[in-house]
Design a protein around this ligand. Structure first.
Ligand SMILES: O=P(O)(O)OC[C@@H](O)[C@@H](O)c1c[nH]c2ccccc12
Length: 249
């Protein structure tokens, strides 16, 4: 199974050294960036050059340049894949993006070891993805460690049990992954099915994966506070224009 391969490779990787002289230029937290949006949709735009389900999505270019296009397209934050083997990412892409724009940056990777929390902070990210289905009973400790390190955790869920774990962890932002990471199958109805209990608990819902067009945003907008979009933007000839369409859907 591909997820097992990813985890195995991740476990073997040594921690990335922090780039020198990082300063955090971001005035808003991820939570503030999502909640302060008015009259448009909050979109977290993702930089991802390839994926296990799609293969190569876009030829590698300067992530800072893409970030700048995304900012002009009106996203509230960026998500940066740093996993190298399956998603074509690099740890230093975070610094390149932070240098280019003053928006919150989420590090998207497979966090399975506590040392990756400090590493994420040192790389300059503002927020970190924690996947409930991977961390299971360790999720609470990772959420606490992220907050203690000055990072906002975005906890990814795909099932009702994972929602229960995410709520118990105290995470304020919960991402509903429409894609089952074990089968790679996308089911957009996952967001509608899981969002209610998360919102009832006063947490923010981010709908992620498989969002391909304005219709998806409109259909899910009553269930989600924000949308995380990768492939539809990275595969577009002009990512900024497509992002503008999503933001204004
Ligand atoms: O490219 P998409 O279908 O718009 O999906 C983006 C994002 O949700 C996806 O990249 C993702 C969601 N959870 C992850 C965990 C690890 C790596 C990647 C992901």
């Amino acid at each position: 199974m591909i997820l097992d391969d990813i985890i195995q490779k991740t476990a073997l990787r040594s921690p990335e050294p922090a780039p020198r002289g990082m300063t955090n230029n971001c005035p808003l937290s991820l939570k503030e960036a999502i909640t302060s949006v008015q009259g448009r949709h909050a979109v977290i735009a993702e930089i991802k050059f390839s994926s296990p389900s799609r293969g190569m999505i876009r030829e590698r270019t300067n992530p800072g340049k893409i970030a700048e296009e995304y900012r002009k397209g009106g996203c509230v934050a960026l998500s940066v894949l740093t996993e190298p083997d399956f998603f074509g990412g690099r740890a230093e892409d975070i610094a390149a993006v932070k240098d280019a724009v003053s928006l919150p940056v989420l590090r998207k990777d497979f966090i399975i070891d506590m040392c990756q929390i400090e590493e994420t902070k040192a790389l300059g990210a503002d927020a970190v993805l924690l996947i409930a289905g991977l961390l299971e009973e360790r999720l609470c400790d990772f959420v606490s460690a992220a907050y203690a390190a000055g990072l906002e955790p975005l906890v990814e869920v795909h099932t009702p049990d994972e929602v229960t774990m995410a709520l118990a962890s105290g995470a304020e932002i919960i991402g509903i992954n429409n894609r089952d990471l074990r089968t790679m199958q996308v089911m957009p109805e996952t967001t509608a099915a899981l969002a209610g209990s998360i919102r009832d608990a006063g947490r923010l819902v981010v709908s992620m994966s498989g969002i391909g067009g304005q219709e998806d945003i409109r259909r899910l907008s009553s269930h989600a506070d924000a949308f995380l979009v990768g492939t539809a933007l990275m595969s577009a000839e002009d990512p900024r224009t497509v992002l503008e369409e999503f933001v204004c859907a």
